[in-house]
Ligand binder design. Sequence first.
Ligand SMILES: C[S@@+](CC[C@H](N)C(=O)[O-])C[C@H]1O[C@@H](n2cnc3c(N)ncnc32)[C@H](O)[C@@H]1O
Length: 489
Amino acid sequence: MVGNGKMNPSSEAEERGMKSLLKWAAKYGIEVSESCSSLGLGHCLGVSWFPGAGGRGVAALRPISKGELLLKVPKSALITTDSLLSRDETLSLALKAHPSHSSTQVFTVCLLYEINKGKSSPWHPYFLHLPRSYSILAAFGELETQALQVDYAIWAAQKAVAKAKYEWEQAFTLMKELKLKPPLLTFRAWIWATGTISSRTLHIPWDEAGCLCPVGDLFNYAAPTEDPDSFENVENWQNEHAKDDLDIHHSQRLTDGGYEEDVAAYCFYAKKNYNVGEQVLLSYGTYTNLELLEYYGFLLEDNPNEKVFIPLDLDMYSLSCWPKESLYIHQNGRPSFALMCALRLWATPLQQRKSIGHLAYSGCPISKGNEIYVMKWIGKKCDALLKEIPTSVEEDKSLVHLMDKMEEYENLGEWVKKASAVFGGEFGDNNILKAAYGVEGDDELTSLVRTKMLIDRWKLAVQWRLMYKTVVARCISYCTDIVNSLSTQ
Ligand SMILES: C[S@@+](CC[C@H](N)C(=O)[O-])C[C@H]1O[C@@H](n2cnc3c(N)ncnc32)[C@H](O)[C@@H]1O
């Protein structure tokens, strides 16, 4: 994605604010040079706006080569539990009385406590640039959660909300003891801090909770993909499936950023060549879309690491040694290596499983009949699944299209009227927009902001379920093609 080298043009205040953040960062030794551009970072990067690809992000100001050092953020500029504790005896003493909190809970409390200091915190200029809200799963309300439509995604959202609530309740006494201002004691503030930590922290070796890295956290995400050369010319079906195993190692191959002890700094490197104006991206890790939504609050339309799960019978899980998480469908609609192995074994008569099990485990088709049976089973399962879900791919596409057009309507009420006529189900009694408007005591602006946040999350839920269904539909086509080709052989 190529950027225009400017901040979001609608936001001059944002541009001014960014300049002051970079000035502040320079004082902390984060390499910043105003000579390249008014929004320059060092000699090769600038803060820019990339609509549809993360919004605010980092652009290349000159051609950048793979492996080049992009940015160096000294340890003294990193926000960690240690760095906050070492500056504040009250905080340090209060925490000693609560040793059972997890490292992330502790970091969350420390972050809120530091924010509570307002302008007297040395991090204040950085805090001003953090997003106002997040769309991570823990921020989902019941309506957005139900809009996910697929059981395991709904459970993931409910679990994320329950976990955040539990952790907040547990930490409440400590936060009260620390005398946080009432707005910072709320569950809303906790979700905000959770979102900040979940979507912006980087790994450090000395604290599981990670660190906040001013300026270093402006890089948007690109999914790690395998080296395009590694599987070139490999047409063998079995080797194709070996790609699944490769995924497991992705997380160990991330080389674009890390804390370096010898220079006591967080260093970022280019993982590929970039042209001028291109967005410089980092791989935060290997995530499915549901995981991206859970931790970062966004999705990728084209996610090479996407995994779609379909419900399987209990004996399918139990009869093979493959972990549940390995039984999935790839973004391109192909069943995973482990899913095929497990189903081939399951479709084999009991008395033959022992003698030909080795074939199944090595990823080889067992027989033409077995292969056709398995493919038909998956195809039928996927077909039934799509029929059970309340809305179709086409309906979801129209809904997303309509949501994209929302900004063209001067009056949100008009948009709701149009949308309700098309999507009765989504706008039933438990109307998502009614919920947004329905909070008593909100002034008009608060209500608008709340509505916008709700619609953003709702849109993400609809986009997620649309991608899910698209993959399931691709799987049906894949299975049908295989069945047809095997049947004519
Ligand atoms: C570390 S921050 C990156 C900088 C962020 N855009 C900002 O303005 O501060 C991570 C967040 O950026 C957004 N983001 C990153 N990569 C993205 C992408 N490829 N598509 C959409 N949003 C992305 C998500 O909101 C994510 O939680």
